[in-house]
Design a binder for this molecule. Structure first.
Ligand code: NAD
Length: 388
């Protein structure tokens, strides 16, 4: 199953690491550590192989991909020997990267993006193209009447207003080009009534949102533990320090607010109440792609005895995210091939703020994911709707 992976934000850290990793796996130069779809419980014939993946994408930036890859190697995010071994493969992907679509109205820009996607699919004789948003986090957009339904949206996009934020305009173009869509970011993406209805109308699946790679991943394991032992979590405070492009974007209070909201949801929904405390994100340029999270949890046990737990997470964000981007592209392609439509709650395992009928517990998400994948492999699923 030849599958295009179209990355919005294709020259960013997560995208570049995904591309280098995908090319290295295809060439047999690296093992699949971190790729969930290579575990025995998920591996199987329904998923496109790494050799089946063809990369392309949009970005506002113009830095050559090989330079971005070298910079990530210098920063210790990807091994330099892999970047050095893949010059032709990286140059071939460079040919498939396009500038952010231009046009007078947002309808014109969407049409230009659709052209980019359809010509990519045709040029490489791809069975399908999965669009994955790994672009910079956006602030939450202001409501607009065009967000209500597909007709209102189509009409509004031809006018002078900025109706959709960029992530949603890319999602709209993905749908018009018959591409399933994955949102790895906390941005709005497909989460507007008009776009959800359009995905249903056009019979396309989508997944999101906001990749779960660090502090929230640990929270989604620990919070169910406190809940299952009937321990009362009194407070849960987290401090995240990160650099890199994502850190710089999150220095903007509006983008930061979107991310913090996405990170806190797991506690309220897993515990059934919201403990005191919050999550803070601070930009520290020096840290580059390496993130530190400190969490302090205070909780009460039998007869109210107070206790505390602390953890520190030192993660390389892009190295944690990139294998999941490859996993999501493979799983969403298989779901599309099987005829799934609408949000894919079974992929909630990968996200901080899962779409569809969410459970935040990693263990429950794992059970749903493995069952879903088993059905995809068995070809018994037959493609039922998941529009919620
Ligand atoms: N790394 C992780 O662990 C992780 C986890 C969850 C979510 N994310 C999200 O993934 C996204 C990417 O993270 P990153 O570290 O690669 O960031 P980055 O800043 O390195 O890359 C973002 C890229 O998007 C491009 N871009 C910005 N606006 C664009 C537009 N309108 N059209 C096309 N391209 C555009 C930028 O030029 C840049 O190349 C962020 O939104 C981040 O919040 C990352």
């Amino acid at each position: 199953m030849r599958t295009g992976v179209w990355l919005v934000g294709a020259r960013g850290s997560v995208a570049t690491t995904s591309i280098v990793g995908g090319l290295a796996l295809r060439a047999g130069l690296a093992g699949p550590t971190g790729c969930v779809t290579e575990l025995p419980e998920l591996r199987g014939p329904a998923l496109p192989s790494f050799a089946d993946l063809v990369f392309g994408g949009h970005d506002l930036a113009t830095t050559p991909l090989c330079k971005r890859a070298e910079a990530l190697a210098d920063a210790g995010v990807v091994p330099g020997r892999l970047v050095a071994a893949l010059p032709d493969e990286l140059a071939a992907v460079e040919q498939e990267l396009r500038p952010a679509p231009a046009g007078v109205t947002q309808a014109d820009r969407a049409a230009a993006a659709v052209d980019d996607l359809t010509s990519f699919r045709e040029r490489h004789a791809l069975d399908r193209v999965v669009v994955v948003n790994v672009s910079a986090t956006e602030p939450t957009p202001r409501p607009h009447p065009g967000h209500a339904d597909p007709d209102a949206l189509r009409a509004a996009l031809t006018g002078p207003d900025e109706v959709l934020p960029p992530s949603s305009l890319y999602a709209y173009a993905a749908l018009l080009a018959s591409c399933p869509y994955v949102d790895f970011t906390p941005s709005t993406g497909l989460r507007l009534p008009a776009l959800a209805a359009l995905a249903e109308e056009l019979r396309l699946p989508y997944a999101g949102h906001d990749g779960k790679t660090g502090e929230t991943l640990v929270k989604s394991v620990l919070a169910p533990m406190f809940a299952m032992r009937n321990l009362a979590v009194r407070s849960w405070s987290g401090m995240n320090l990160l650099g890199g492009g994502d850190g710089a974007t999150l220095a903007d209070p509006a983008a930061n607010a979107a991310k913090v909201q996405s990170k806190q949801r797991v506690l309220g929904e897993t515990l059934g109440y919201v403990p005191q405390g919050g999550t803070r994100i601070e930009y520290v340029e020096e840290l580059g792609d390496f993130k530190t999270a400190w969490d302090l949890i205070t909780f009460a046990g039998f007869l109210g005895t107070g206790m505390r737990m602390e953890f520190t997470w030192h993660g390389c964000d892009s190295a944690l995210a990139a294998p999941l981007v490859l996993d999501l592209a493979r799983l969403t392609a298989a779901a599309h091939a099987a005829g799934h439509v609408g949000p894919l709650p079974e992929l909630g395992f990968f996200f901080k703020d899962p779409l569809g009928a969410p459970t935040h517990s990693l263990a429950e998400q794992w059970t749903r994911l493995t069952e879903f994948t088993r059905q995809l492999h068995a070809g018994r699923d037959g493609g039922h709707d998941h529009v919620g």
